[in-house]
Design a binder for this molecule. Structure first.
Ligand code: WT7
Length: 644
């Protein structure tokens, strides 16, 4: 961990303005947010900024009425932003489309009408399973226009994962596509959706976008082509935006936790929108001349908040790309930055490390001088990757905005702020909490950890962007987030505060992995493993990976009549791909006769991790059967030193 701050070209008095803004927000949160929330268009303003009467179910802007689609579209078409480009979209094959605010407004209205005609009413859930194409934000905004919470499922998820999410949400409609495209190959989304729908009786109608051009089967009475449906409504259709309450759910987004079942994170409307609006402004100081590129897929929270809601509310032009980052070659991104004049790129440490490995030349052959800031998110960024980003893309001039946050937090929480004041940066630290965020690093007992000592990051007071609950599971919301340290929001992240007050993140403190920045629970992968007929028991741990941060490694005990083989390994990998998705596929699968367990029967993941990482085994006195440690080691040796 390096603590040298780099010489920046900006001159400022370090942190004074930022500190003042933060103090104001903490001293008088209601006054502060009352003022900030007015940046949005409300049909009716709130009676109370924050209702804390039913902790930890906080309610923001109580009595306030607004509509998300109105704030993203209608408000702009009355201004000179009407004909401004909202999205520049590029496909992997080089096809480029642009869509202005007015065009987006018209498309959203038409789709809202289609959905309304299909019976969608306020409160109904709409599942979206789409590639990174303009129809995805259009469908989100159409749902929001009707007050119908959307449930976006990342298009890399399997049929089973899609069905689980649709069923938990009780979605009535699914919007999907014939297929998605990667490196010229078609991934048959509709086919996967069909398999999911066999297990999802709540879905009444399916809209299918023609994108990949592959042949698909359409189910009579259930499936409709998106284009046919849109062409069936007048081109100038107007659907009145539903006057939703501030705390009506805007969307559900499923994310992994420590159990086998993903959690349906529920975000409200008013608080969430206010939070993403201000955080994007603060962190990146975005303005009318920017070409903003958040590289995240909309299937994750980063895409919801910073490809869709915040940039649209702020009237920005965003660039959106659907394709592999190295197609046709490793300079694809820099070629696009140059051609479209991207001014801010916001991406992940995994992507940065991958480009670093491709070599500087791929960047240097392009004019990327339009860039003015570089962002990162998703996992801790190692100083080496930070410095590469700073030197190669930033030419030692551009600030690196490392934003720490979570699906649950709605938007950035800890980050440098170009829009308030840039504090001196330290490579690898996300710097300080944003206004409105009172964070602390606690030790195991819940006492503040001394500076420089690792502890758990908590957030001590509510903020507008926080999740409202877990869908239909308020008890789980309380236990997951507010019971580890009674009454305080628990992030499940390890962190250190250094003597200057800078926060450094050290990864998850629970059984959750960040694989290439994507969140996946080890228990989720274990459940999928034991659902294969050959597997009796399984344990999954994370192994450090040079590019992806973590990769899952599985230890499996086979049922009596199965023998270990490469063919079985391949079959198990395929099974995980089909039941969870490609991100969950273990980098290695080890066949063992036993798993190391404590006397009380708990799998000793710590020990498996130590063995894989080559660390010392530490205290194994609670181990039920010492022999199994040897066995794990032996299995590893048999792998031919591929691990550890
Ligand atoms: C987890 C949340 C929030 C957008 C994408 C991920 C890790 C996220 C950082 C960062 C260190 C980070 C944390 C967090 N994380 N950003 N800048 N530095 N760690 O959302 O999938 O809900 O994952 O990602 O471990 O808890 P998510």
């Amino acid at each position: 961990m390096s603590e040298t701050s780099l010489p920046f070209h900006m001159k400022f008095e370090p942190g004074k303005l930022r500190k003042e803004e933060w103090e104001r927000s903490i001293k008088d949160p209601e006054g502060y947010w009352d003022e900030k929330a007015r940046a949005l268009d409300w049909f009716k303003t709130w009676d109370k900024v924050l209702d804390e009467s039913n902790k930890p179910f906080y309610k923001w802007f109580v009595g306030g009425v607004l509509n998300a689609s109105y704030n993203c579209l209608d408000r702009h078409i009355k201004t000179d932003k009407k004909n401004k480009v909202a999205y520049i979209w590029e496909g992997e094959d080089g096809q480029v489309k642009t869509i202005t605010y007015y065009q987006l407004y018209r498309e959203v209205n038409k789709l809202a009408k289609v959905l309304q005609d299909l019976g969608v009413r306020r409160g109904d859930r709409i599942a979206l399973y789409l590639p990174m194409i303009p129809e995805l934000p259009i469908a989100m905004l159409a749902a929001a226009r009707l007050g119908a919470p959307h449930v976006v499922v990342f298009s890399g998820f399997s049929a089973e994962a899609l069905a689980d999410r649709i069923n938990n949400a009780g979605a009535k409609i699914l919007v999907t596509a014939d297929g998605s495209l990667r490196r010229g190959k078609v991934i048959e989304l509709k086919k996967i959706a069909d398999a999911a729908l066999e297990k999802s009786p709540s879905v009444e109608k399916v809209l299918v976008v023609k994108y990949a051009g592959n042949n698909i089967s359409m189910k009579e009475g259930r499936d409709l082509f998106y284009s046919d449906a849109i062409n069936g409504v007048p081109a100038n259709t107007y659907v009145k935006p539903e006057p939703t309450n501030s705390s009506d759910p805007l969307f559900l987004l499923y994310t992994s936790g420590t159990t086998g079942k993903p959690k349906g994170v529920e975000h409200g409307t008013g608080g969430y929108l206010v939070w993403v609006y201000w955080t994007l402004k603060w962190a990146f100081d975005v303005n009318d001349t920017d070409i903003w590129w958040c590289t995240a897929d909309i299937g994750w929270i980063t895409g919801h908040s910073y490809v869709v809601y915040a940039p649209l509310m702020l009237g920005l032009t965003s660039f959106m790309y659907d394709g592999a980052p190295d197609a046709p070659q490793p300079d694809r991104w820099w070629d696009m930055v140059e051609r479209h004049g991207v001014t801010i790129i916001y991406t992940s440490p995994t992507a940065i490390r991958m480009f670093m490995k491709f070599g500087d030349d791929w960047v240097l052959r392009h004019d990327v001088s339009t860039l003015r800031a570089l962002g990162t998110v998703g996992e801790p960024i190692n100083p080496e990757a930070w410095l590469w980003y700073y030197r190669t893309l930033g030419k030692e001039k551009l600030p690196i905005i490392d934003t720490w946050w979570q699906t649950e937090t709605g938007g950035f929480m800890i980050s440098p702020t170009l829009g308030i004041e840039l504090v001196p940066l330290k490579p690898g630290s996300a710097t300080f909490p944003l206004p409105g965020i009172l964070s602390e690093v606690l030790d195991d007992n819940g006492d503040p950890a001394p500076d420089g000592q690792r502890g758990y990051l908590v957030i001590k007071t509510p903020w507008p962007g926080m999740l409202q609950t877990l869908w239909q599971d308020p008890e789980r919301y309380k236990t997951v987030y507010f019971s580890r340290f009674e009454g305080t929001y628990y992030t499940s992240d390890y962190a250190i505060r250094d003597p200057d007050g800078y926060i450094w993140f050290l990864g998850r403190a629970d059984e959750v992995l960040k694989v290439a920045g994507h969140r996946i629970g080890t228990v989720e992968i274990e459940s999928a493993l034991v659902s294969h007929p050959s597997i009796a028991e399984a344990a999954v741990i994370g192994k450090a990976d040079e590019i992806k941060g973590d990769v899952p490694v599985a230890f499996v005990v086979l049922r009596g009549n199965y023998m270990p083989s490469d063919a079985l390994k391949a079959e198990v990998s395929k099974h995980i791909r089909n039941t969870v998705g490609p991100i969950a596929v273990p980098a290695d699968i080890m066949f063992v006769n036993k798993l190391p367990k404590t006397r009380s029967g708990k799998i000793m993941r710590r020990l498996l991790k130590a063995v894989v990482g080559g660390a010392s085994l530490g205290d194994i006195s609670t181990l039920e059967d010492g022999a199994s440690v040897e066995e794990v080691k032996k299995a590893l040796e048999e792998m031919g030193g591929r691990i550890g």
